[in-house]
Write a protein that binds this ligand. Structure first.
Ligand code: COA
Length: 168
C-alpha cells in the first residue's frame, strides 16, 4: 500500500459516514458505542479512503462558541504509521481555522503514545494529566491548540478541566 493511494474528503456521503462510524466503533477508544447522531453533528469530519474503502476518520466535534474539541480519530490498523493520522489532524486544524474557530482542545488516555505523538507532532500543547471524570482508572492527558494569537488558552483550559483531580 502506498500513501499516494490514500485520498480524503471533508464532505462524506451517508454511506461513507456509516462506514466511518463503523471504523470508530471497531477501532476507536470510546468507552461506549458511538453516538452516531452526535458524530454527524460534528463541525468537521475528515474521512480517508483507499479506493472506496474507509481507512481513517477524524472529527472536530460540535463547536461551543469559538472553541471545539477534536475527536473520533481512528486509522484502520493495517494503515497506521504512514501519515494518515497526521494528515487527519492537520486538515482538521485547517478546516477549523476556515470556520473561524479560535481554539481547539482534546483529551486522550495518558498511555496512548501514538495519539499523543500525533498531537505533539502537529503542534498541540500539553496542558496536564487528570484522573478520568468517568470514574475509570485511566489518567487522561489534556492538550490544546490556539488558532489565533489572542486566545487566553490558560483561562480556557482551566475552565475545561475545572474540578478534575490533577496528577503530576
Ligand atoms: C493514533 C492514530 C490515529 C495515529 O494514526 P497514524 O496514521 O498511524 O499516525 P501517523 O502515521 O500519521 O503518525 C503521526 C505521528 O504520530 C506518532 N505515532 C503514530 N504511531 C505511533 C506509535 N505507534 N508510537 C509512537 N508514536 C506514534 C508519531 O509522532 C508519528 O510521527 P512519525 O511517524 O513522524 O514519528 C492510530 O494509531 C490509531 O488509530 N490508534 C487507535 C485509535 C486512537 O488511539 N485514537 C485516538 C483516541 S483519542
Amino acid at each position: 500500500m502506498r500513501t499516494s493511494s490514500i485520498h480524503y474528503t471533508i464532505a462524506p456521503n451517508d454511506e461513507q459516514l456509516a462506514a466511518a462510524a463503523d471504523l470508530i466503533d471497531y477501532g476507536g477508544q470510546l468507552a461506549e458505542k458511538l453516538d452516531r447522531y452526535r458524530f454527524q453533528q460534528s463541525s468537521v469530519i475528515v474521512v480517508a479512503f483507499e479506493d472506496a474503502k474507509v481507512v481513517g476518520v477524524a472529527a472536530v466535534k460540535r463547536r461551543r462558541g469559538d472553541a471545539a474539541e477534536t475527536g473520533y480519530l481512528v486509522v484502520h490498523k493495517n494503515y497506521r504509521r504512514i501519515g494518515i493520522g497526521n494528515y487527519l489532524l492537520t486538515r482538521r486544524i485547517e478546516e477549523s481555522r476556515k470556520q473561524g474557530l479560535a481554539f481547539l482542545y482534546t483529551n486522550v488516555r495518558a498511555m496512548n503514545e501514538e495519539s499523543i505523538g500525533n498531537l505533539k507532532k502537529s503542534g498541540f500543547q500539553f496542558w496536564g494529566n487528570f484522573i478520568s471524570r468517568y470514574g475509570t482508572p485511566h489518567i487522561i492527558s489534556w492538550f490544546f491548540y490556539p488558532l489565533i494569537d489572542q486566545v487566553d488558552f490558560h483561562a480556557r483550559m482551566k475552565v475545561l478541566t475545572d474540578g478534575m483531580k490533577s496528577v503530576t
